[in-house]
Design a protein around this ligand. Structure first.
Ligand code: LLP
Length: 424
């Protein structure tokens, strides 16, 4: 069984606020976000004309609002993400579009909403062009292109190539242009998101594919979007992506297209995890420490109902202990960290394929807190009520203040939509 270590085995505070105080005030499990980290990451990307937050990574209204107030635009992948963007204060339309609906389908609700509110649409399948064109002829749209290859930190997050359902297949671009023309839709931009966790070798391939598609589209092009997928460090040995190099690759593609078409082209980036992953911490309490032969288990009150990335992708998250007695000099032991759910896969220290791994963590007991780090992207948003566990609370730390931004779900809220037939 591989033994892994963590870079911060003891954590007593988050952004200057004691972890114990946070747990006392808000209970556990609770997601805590450090606003300064989000803003730091947003500022890293200022060379781009627009940074469009892929809110699917962390769509709490307070987070979307924070990004809005600091100049970020927003992406929405469903009717309700559009509604979140509007509820957080974004205008429905403008130039550049504050909110973009990017998806591979319209359901009835999203189509009605984008038509009614004039939300910009980024079409990921040819059928969307027909459906939107027949309802809103004459508008501008952009196309998400699948360049025929992709890349991802897991096969499940690879969004290019023929094994991916995403985007308009690159060879169908011509037919889509003709079709859009039939509805008077003008195609003003192209978008390529090939997966989460890009590297530079793939990136130059994407830039080439973008340039090729842009030339085929022609002079109506006003915007190119790199999509998201910028990696973020989860393991100690991971480093931040070289944003300067990332920008330069895309910028030179943009410059070549500007030279060719003789007008300005906006360059947009659409990250999710890059902006929010590092800001987030999931605080849980150790509720049992048990030995199963050679394995010691720390069982905590958060499970894959709160953070599904380990069970879904074998994703690694740094884990630390916040000791209840404040003793920061505890020896390390190899342990397995699991949650409360009635399912064997409810293990935070696992590898892809479900193989349980041990992690070197400080000796701990019931009542100590356990902090799962880098949990600000695809954490709370992928939460569920499995085992009838309530959705966790969420807290935003800003300027030394801790504000509750989502209260823990109550039993009444959990069952609010359920009906026993015949009972009033
Ligand atoms: N733009 C588009 C069109 C996307 O499909 C995605 C992610 C993003 C942007 C943002 O990707 P990011 O920068 O966050 O990598 N649940 C998985 C990730 C799924 C990503 C889906 N699309 C995870 O926890 O790793």
């Amino acid at each position: 069984m591989p033994v892994m270590t963590t870079h911060s085995p003891i954590r007593t505070e988050i952004a200057g606020v004691p972890v114990m105080d946070l747990a006392r005030q808000f209970g556990t499990p609770t997601f805590v976000y450090d606003a300064a980290k989000i803003l730091e990451r947003l500022a890293d990307l200022k060379a781009f004309d627009s940074v469009r937050f892929a809110q699917k990574a962390c769509s709490n209204l307070a987070i979307v609002d924070l990004i809005r107030r600091h100049g970020g635009l927003v992406d929405a992948v469903s009717a309700y993400e559009v509604r979140r963007a509007l509820a957080a204060g974004y205008e429905p339309h403008g130039s550049p579009p504050p909110v973009v609906y990017t998806a591979d389908i319209f359901d009835a609700e999203s189509l009605d909403l984008v038509v009614e509110k004039n939300i910009h649409v980024n079409c990921g399948s040819p059928d969307m062009i027909d459906q939107y064109g027949s309802r809103a002829p004459g508008r501008e749209i952009t196309l998400r292109i699948n360049p025929g290859f992709g890349h991802g930190h897991s096969q499940k997050t690879n969004t290019g190539g023929d094994s991916s359902k995403h985007g308009i297949w690159h060879e169908q671009l011509h037919d889509c242009l003709v079709n859009a023309d039939n509805y008077g839709l003008s195609i003003t931009g192209l978008h390529m998101h090939i997966g989460s966790g890009v590297d530079f070798e793939h990136l130059s391939q994407v830039c080439d594919a973008m340039e090729k598609a842009a030339v085929e589209l022609g002079r109506s092009l006003k915007t190119i979007s790199t999509g998201g997928g910028l990696p973020t460090p989860y393991r100690e040995e991971d480093t931040h992506i070289d944003i300067g190099k990332f920008f330069e690759l895309w910028n030179s593609t943009r410059n070549r297209l500007e030279d060719r078409f003789g007008h300005e082209i906006r360059l947009e980036v659409e990250p999710g995890r890059y902006l929010s992953a590092e800001s987030g911490y999931l605080i849980a309490e150790i509720r049992a420490v048990k030995k199963q032969a050679d394995n010691t288990y720390y069982l905590v009150d958060a499970g894959f109902n709160n953070l599904a990335r380990p069970i879904l992708y074998g994703a690694y998250h740094p884990i630390s202990i916040a000791p209840a007695d404040g003793d920061v000099h505890r020896p390390l032991v190899d342990v397995v960290v699991g949650g409360p759910l009635c399912e064997s896969g409810d293990i935070f220290t696992q590898e892809e394929g479900g193989f349980v791994a041990r992690r070197a963590l400080p000796v701990a007991a019931v009542g100590d807190l356990l902090v799962i780090e880098c949990a600000g992207a695809y954490g709370s948003v992928m939460g569920s009520n499995y085992n009838s566990k309530p959705m966790a609370a969420e807290v935003l730390l800003q300027d030394g203040r801790a504000d509750l931004i989502r209260r823990r779900q109550t039993f009444e809220e959990m069952v609010a939509g359920e009906i026993i037939p015949g009972r009033a």
